[in-house]
Design a binder for this molecule. Structure first.
Ligand SMILES: NC(=O)c1ccc[n+]([C@@H]2O[C@H](COP(=O)([O-])OP(=O)(O)OC[C@H]3O[C@@H](n4cnc5c(N)ncnc54)[C@H](O)[C@@H]3O)[C@@H](O)[C@H]2O)c1
Length: 225
């Protein structure tokens, strides 16, 4: 059974709780990290004491307050970006071949979301970061995948739910995202982003190819970094 051990950030939120329950139902030993229990994913020092697990779910996230303040900007970057970067940087060196990271991004990591540009910034950032780290960690046998859900019925979206329900807009349930996260952790692929939408199985997002240069001798080349 994989994973036998798991670490979940944002474990007390809507998606985090559903994931912990799904993991425990399958017999995994789960450690949850949440601000509600005193662990701040944006605290570099706090990460240094954390032991790794076979599957690490970097899931904590917040929306912006949207007040245009510097504090709001720093807070959302701290949780949504630092919380992923610090977790991966602290744990990857201690992890074994066969283990996996799953990062909870969002559809807002793949498309513009004008209702919350800062949230969109952070989710695009983690998509690029996770896909890059997937290539860095591949030689060590560590996989890094993403889930990119649409709107999920959790405390995060609670203020908008009545309006969305009244408009007939379909919402995802956290249990469905938990299953997608488990599947992403177990996937043999790496660097993939799994889109979750109501009524669909999780779908691997196809990133478009970027045009290469069109100068003599270099036509079609991609950067060799
Ligand atoms: N709900 C949605 O519609 C939706 C859609 C796409 C992606 N997501 C993403 O899914 C993830 C989980 O969201 P959710 O809907 O369960 O939200 P939620 O608000 O229900 O839960 C988030 C959890 O993260 C914790 N948290 C916040 N700041 C933290 C910090 N600094 N350190 C540690 N923990 C912290 C909170 O205490 C809370 O328990 C987030 O990354 C979110 O961006 C949510």
């Amino acid at each position: 059974m994989f994973p036998e051990t798991a670490l979940v950030t944002g474990a007390r939120g809507g998606i985090g709780r559903a994931l912990v329950a799904a993991l425990e139902a399958e017999g995994a030993e789960v450690r949850g990290l949440d601000l509600a229990d005193g662990f701040d994913v944006a605290d570099w020092d706090a990460w240094q004491d954390i032991e790794p697990a076979e599957a690490v779910f970097l899931n904590a996230g917040v929306l912006a307050a949207g007040d245009g303040s510097l504090a709001d900007y720093r807070r959302i970057l701290g949780v949504n970006v630092d919380g992923v970067v610090f977790g991966l940087q602290a744990l990857a060196p201690k992890m074994r071949s066969g283990s996996a990271f799953v990062v909870t991004a969002s559809l807002a990591g793949l498309i513009p979301m004008p209702s919350d540009p800062l949230y969109t910034l952070t989710k695009h950032a983690v998509v690029g970061y996770a896909r890059s780290q997937a290539e860095v960690l591949q030689p060590r046998g560590i996989r890094v995948n993403l889930v990119n859900p649409g709107i999920v019925r959790t405390p995060m979206t609670e203020p908008a739910q009545a309006e969305l329900d009244a408009a007939g807009f379909p919402l995802l349930e956290p249990e469905a995202i938990a299953q997608a996260m488990l599947a992403a952790a177990r996937s043999e692929e790496t660097g993939q982003a799994w889109v979750c939408q109501p009524g669909r199985e999780p779908l691997q997002f196809r990133f478009p190819n970027v045009p290469g240069p069109r100068v003599e001798g270099a036509e079609g080349m991609v950067p060799q970094l």
